[in-house]
Design a protein around this ligand. Structure first.
Ligand code: AMP
Length: 215
């Protein structure tokens, strides 16, 4: 079963998906993380995706389907938190046609965050170059500046967290991704979660929504 976690870049999808994985045992699949892994390893997919990602644009749908299939595997009993897919209507349709026979989407949870909060979160975000953990220079600083609390690797600013790429990513979100919310509304799978405020509060609200979808 798939829980689709939606929200603008910087809405906190990665943080919440990690918590759902740690605290509830769900499997997190992040297409952004999977692509960054490909880029780091220098695979064919990574070579196609790297520059597109740095500009903040969407990687082609056929590449994403390949990445998604690799990550998903074939265990229909797993509860999967899908972070970062679908990003447009074509991907939502592909998910339905190609994947939902084995892994049905049972919930779309939308972390809704105000635009000025999003920009503040993205521009102050620092990401671990080793494990991908996310920090924030003021809201969630690491214990030691520039060093990941979890694995000790260096913290970096993602190449797509600079002002120019942030603007592109938000524009892509508005034009391509936001219509996906309506798509799930029409399928009666849409649930809004207030993504502003404290991480634990958001987690509680999100878990409540997911629990009711899984009933
Ligand atoms: P994220 O970590 O989810 O913010 O994704 C980082 C970048 O990876 C995006 O800005 C896109 O360039 C690419 N990406 C991730 N997921 C997708 C997707 N479903 N479709 C196209 N590109 C994606």
């Amino acid at each position: 079963m798939i829980i689709v976690l939606m929200g603008a870049p910087g809405a906190g999808k990665g943080t919440q998906a990690d918590l759902l994985s740690e605290r509830a045992g769900y499997r997190k699949i992040s297409t952004g993380d999977a692509l960054r892994k490909h880029v780091k390893l220098g695979t064919q997919v990574g070579k196609q995706a790297g520059e597109i990602m740095a500009r903040g644009e969407l990687v082609p749908d056929n590449v994403l389907l390949q990445v998604l299939k690799e990550e998903l595997g074939s265990n229909p009993k797993e509860i999967v938190i899908l972070d970062g897919y679908p990003r447009n209507l074509a991907q939502a349709e592909t998910l339905k046609e190609v994947v939902e026979g084995v892994h049905p989407v049972v919930c779309c949870a939308h972390l809704d965050v105000r635009r000025d909060d999003i920009i503040a979160r993205l521009s102050g975000r620092r990401t671990c170059s080793g494990c991908g953990a996310s920090f924030h220079v003021s809201a969630n600083p690491p214990k030691k500046q520039g060093v990941c609390d979890k694995c000790g690797s260096n913290l970096i600013q993602r190449p797509d967290d600079d002002a120019k790429s942030i603007a592109v990513r938000l524009d892509v979100y508005d034009k391509a991704t936001e219509p996906v919310l309506d798509y799930y509304r029409k399928r009666n799978l849409y649930n809004r979660v207030n993504g502003g405020g404290q991480t634990d509060q958001i987690f509680g609200d999100l878990k409540g929504v997911i629990n009711s979808c899984l009933k």
